[in-house]
Design a protein around this ligand. Structure first.
Ligand code: GZL
Ligand code: ZN
Length: 329
């Protein structure tokens, strides 16, 4: 293990949020001795899901006695690359990050490899020439999330899928362009939908996972398009914006228009219980403890599984919704 400077000085130098000992509550700083140092590049705070993901990581690092250098890239890939370069300069034991988009990581991961620092990719996936430039991935399976959304619609509209009924018109609000969840959810959704000619995707635009963009896009969709049967939204944040826009017109979400959404933050479950959305697909943000276990294994020189997908549920209308525990995000 490289000789470590004191974390306090490094934090000053590289301007990162340093999380050491204690569980995130303000406590006397008890220097963590012997804990590994993990550099984590997070993409930002664009949704309740993301904020919960960050909290899970920070609390789990503190609980595991891991010294965490935590960087928020404010939605810019170049800030993530800068942060990873700083982690390399500081000679952290392990680097972990959420790649905001799938492409453009080859060079900086080659630099980490040359520095002998293992890299863990979390939450979103990367497309890279040499897969050996990172040790493994832990996160959710966006393609299966997209398939689950479509499978709900097949059940919901089954009586219209047999006859030559009029088409079922779908509006899709996708996530950040070039991100693996946006690509995966769109791919999984189409794998199923494309088997039924009655399903027609009449509109698909990126709302960047943001509530404000979901609202704007939905306002313009309601002006330009008629007879919308379904809205498939890649995350609950955008869906909340969609609901804001729909409620400005006298349209009843969940009945006049079927809505399927992904993340399963509390606000979406509450909308499901109110009947304003019809299906909520879970995307699990609470991967902090698992990330810390993997980081400790990597710091100890062990290898880890290539892809670790976390379990995710589907909550639909008609389920026993009273049994859903509080979501925590
Ligand atoms: C999905 C994650 C997405 C969430 C959004 O794994 O990357 O990013 O679905 C978040 O809420 O912004
Ligand atoms: Zn997911």
């Amino acid at each position: 293990m490289a000789v470590k400077k004191s974390v306090g000085l490094a934090a000053l130098l590289i301007g990162f949020m340093v999380i050491t000992g204690g569980c995130g509550k303000p406590k006397k700083e008890t220097p963590v001795t012997g804990g590994i140092i993990l550099g984590f590049s997070q993409i930002g705070a664009e949704s309740a899901w993301r904020r919960c993901n960050s909290q899970s990581i920070q609390e789990a690092a503190a609980a595991a006695g891991i010294q965490l250098l935590f960087s928020n890239a404010e939605q810019k890939q170049e800030n993530q690359i800068k942060a990873i370069r700083s982690f390399i300069a500081y000679q952290v034991d392990v680097i972990a990050f959420v790649p905001i988009v799938a492409d453009g990581w080859d060079n900086v991961l080659q630099e980490a490899k040359d520095a002998g620092i293992p890299v863990l990719v979390t939450d979103r996936k990367i497309d890279i020439e040499d897969e050996n430039l990172y040790a493994g991935f832990i996160g959710t399976d966006s393609v299966s999330e997209g398939r689950s959304a479509a499978e709900f619609l097949v059940k919901k509209f089954e009586d219209r899928l047999t006859s030559q009924d009029k088409p079922i018109r779908i509006v899709e609000l996708s996530g950040t362009t070039g991100s693996s969840p946006a690509r995966g959810r769109a791919q999984g959704f189409r794998e199923i939908i494309d088997q039924y000619p009655q399903f027609q995707i009449i509109y698909s635009e990126s709302g960047d996972f943001l509530r404000s963009k979901g609202y704007e896009l939905m306002r313009s969709v309601l002006k330009e398009l008629q007879d919308i049967d379904v809205i498939f939204s890649h995350n609950d944040g955008m869906t909340l914006g969609v609901l804001d826009a729909i409620k400005e017109k006298n349209i009843n979400p969940g009945t006049d228009i079927v809505i399927v959404t992904i993340d399963a933050e509390q606000a979406a479950i509450d909308a499901l219980i109110r009947g304003e959305v019809n299906c909520v697909i879970e995307c699990n943000p609470k991967t902090g403890p698992a990330i810390m276990q993997l980081a400790q294994k990597l710091a100890g020189g062990d290898t880890i599984d290539r892809f670790i997908h976390v379990e995710e549920a589907v909550f639909s209308e008609g389920d026993d919704l009273s049994s859903i525990p509080p979501r925590g995000y």
